[in-house]
Design a protein around this ligand. Structure first.
Ligand SMILES: [Zn+2]
Length: 419
């Protein structure tokens, strides 16, 4: 069971710590979107320096390349990527349902690889098995994306998501059982060797020993589960309809997962109401992740206020690669000619590597000449801006200054637009 401590509560908002086998996440926190086991244009060392506490990769992309078996052989996502910290995986459902080739049935989804056209299938069980091989600390249940935003389609998708959740929970439980056996082996081995420390990586010796048992395959590294706890979040669906959201939250809570993802379609305007509905129903003592949200600072404040613990979004780095940068006075487009001779940093109040060392004029020049470093520095800045904004939200909740911080930040950010 995933350990989650709540340190302080204010209404639905909370400050806490998620404890994973690869380290702690102080919440609320913004998790870096590392779709293919990398945050685009950033190294893991840069991610650590800019303050990131976790990364989220995508199961769909990783099963296509390099494959979940290969990541398992390298000790799981945290080891393979050299992130070494807490990791999440999304189930891959969202991406597969978006493919034109997707054929959906109760059993699962058949689709063609966008890379080589190979015919593939993902079911709730196969998504769980692939996520266990990829070995993130936190997995998302395989959910059904509605084919439209109308009520009947949303309800149908939600009900199938619930049926698939039951299958995810069963498969996750079976795989957890295998790991519990392996953890027993490891702890006995540790007692024998007097070794100490938490089980955060695989003991290949232990795996090799098990592989000698009857029925085991010769390639122990690829065939045995990774020897640490992995957790499952149920994903709440229901789109923009509050009655469906409430029904989905009740169902997800009833299967007793380790935490909750909140997914699907909703509007920025309706977000507060939706989160209030869902998070009033979900049990308080388990963490909640808002899937794919966090490009707009306003969403981070609303999310935290209404009980979200972690966020992820590709938006900040995607925007950065196009030259759109956050500042406390709103977004700017650094490619704009007015920055040609601007000697100020991107944001005078930002302490990222880009702002501490470089001028807007320099960044403007790098973008205009299409240098790779333009994307690197811009991504460092945008990712740090969002990560540190959520860090400041956490601190303001601790200090009882959240309302003031929110008002000051949002008034300034959305009042002026320099772009
Ligand atoms: Zn900066």
């Amino acid at each position: 069971m995933l350990k989650f401590d709540i340190k302080k509560k204010t209404g639905l908002a909370r400050v806490g710590t998620i404890h994973t086998a690869h380290g702690d996440i102080k919440t609320p926190a913004f998790i870096g979107a590392a779709t293919r086991a990398t945050v685009k244009s950033l190294t893991m060392s840069e991610m650590r320096t800019l303050g990131s506490q976790g990364i989220l990769a995508n199961t769909y992309h990783l099963i296509l390349a390099p494959g979940s078996d290969l990541i398992q052989e390298f000790g799981g996502l945290a080891e393979f990527s050299s992130w070494h910290g807490p990791t999440f995986t999304d189930s891959g459902g969202f991406q597969i349902f978006s493919l034109p080739s997707a054929k959906i049935a109760e059993e699962g989804v058949k689709f063609k690889s966008h890379i080589n056209g190979a015919k593939l299938e993902m079911t709730p069980e196969s998504s769980m098995r692939d996520q266990w091989k990829i070995g993130a600390d936190i997995h998302m249940a395989f959910d059904h994306l509605a084919k439209s935003e109308n009520y009947d389609d949303m309800k149908e998708a939600m009900l199938r998501t619930h049926r698939w959740l039951d299958r995810c929970v069963a498969e996750h439980g079976r795989l957890s059982g295998q790991v519990a056996l392996l953890e027993g082996d490891l702890s006995r081995q540790r007692e024998r060797t007097k070794a100490t420390g938490p089980v955060t990586s695989i003991s290949w010796d232990a795996l090799a020993k098990r592989s000698e048992r009857p029925g085991a395959r010769s390639n122990a590294q690829a065939k045995m589960p990774l020897a640490y706890s992995q957790s499952l979040y149920a994903v709440v669906q229901g789109g923009t309809f509050l009655d469906l959201r409430a029904e989905s939250a009740r169902y997800c809570a009833s299967v007793n997962p380790d935490g909750f993802g909140i997914g699907g379609v909703f509007t920025a305007d309706g977000m507060a109401e939706m989160l209030e509905t869902v998070n009033t129903i979900l049990p308080e003592n388990k963490p909640r992740h808002l899937l794919g949200m966090g490009q707009e600072p306003r969403d981070l404040f609303i999310g935290a206020e209404y009980g979200i613990d972690t966020f992820d979004c590709v938006g900040p780095t995607r925007m950065a690669r196009n030259g759109t940068l956050y500042t406390h006075d709103g977004r700017i487009n650094i490619k704009n000619a007015k920055f040609t001779r601007d000697s100020a940093p991107v944001d005078a109040e930002c302490d990222c590597e880009c702002c501490k060392n470089h001028t807007r004029a320099y960044l403007h020049h790098l973008f205009k000449t299409d240098e790779i470093t333009a994307k690197v520095l811009a991504s460092i800045h945008n990712e740090h801006f969002i990560v540190s904004t959520v860090d400041n939200i956490r601190q303001s909740l601790m200090d009882d200054t959240f309302e003031k911080y929110k008002r000051t930040f949002l008034d300034r950010y959305y009042k002026s637009s320099n772009s």
